[in-house]
Design a protein around this ligand. Structure first.
Ligand SMILES: [Zn+2]
Ligand SMILES: [Zn+2]
Length: 169
């Protein structure tokens, strides 16, 4: 009795509609998981082949593919990795370029400045002959070949020396 009614139900059009709907939703959810894997893998994996493999896992293992993928996916997004690399590169470039800063107020200064324009701290001595900014370790001015006398501690910076020399001549 029950068997016949069950048989009647499964052969009826209602069951067919329900079965097709279930299959349809199952397929939709499966494709949704594939799309999710594809979208997530593209943000984390650069190699399109590896992205393809990740999606293939979702195809081969329906519904559980995303969980398998989550176990093996890279922990970081590509844009985060790129951003960090750019930051490191910028820091390296700043170090390589010689980050010139005023030792007193830490304002950015040019390597050619004699004084800090912000706090007026004396940064470098000027060449007595041509007025070019000199590095502390130089023995001779590279611009005009004038020998540099070692700085006497306590003496005021050689500001206006050029004028003084000219008036002596
Ligand atoms: Zn300064
Ligand atoms: Zn000079």
């Amino acid at each position: 009795m029950i068997a016949t009614s069950a048989h009647a139900f499964f052969s009826s059009g209602t069951w067919l509609v329900i079965r097709n709907l279930l299959l349809f939703f199952a397929a939709v959810i499966w494709f949704a998981t594939l799309y999710w894997i594809y979208k997530d893998a593209k943000r984390r994996i650069e190699d399109p082949w590896v992205v393809g493999v990740a999606v293939a896992v979702g195809v081969i293992v329906p519904y559980f593919g995303p969980f398998i993928y989550m176990l093996f996916r890279p922990p970081e997004y590509l844009e985060d990795v790129r951003e960090r690399e750019l930051e490191i590169k910028a820091i390296e470039e700043r170090i390589a370029a010689g980050d010139h800063r005023c030792p007193v107020c830490h304002a950015e200064v040019d390597s050619g400045y004699l004084v800090c324009p912000v706090c007026t701290t004396k940064l470098k001595h000027a060449c007595l002959s041509c007025g070019a900014p000199l590095e502390p370790i130089w023995q001779v001015c590279p611009y005009c070949e004038t020998p540099i006398e070692p700085a006497v501690p306590g003496t005021p910076p050689a500001l206006g020396t050029r004028r003084a020399r000219r008036s002596i001549r």
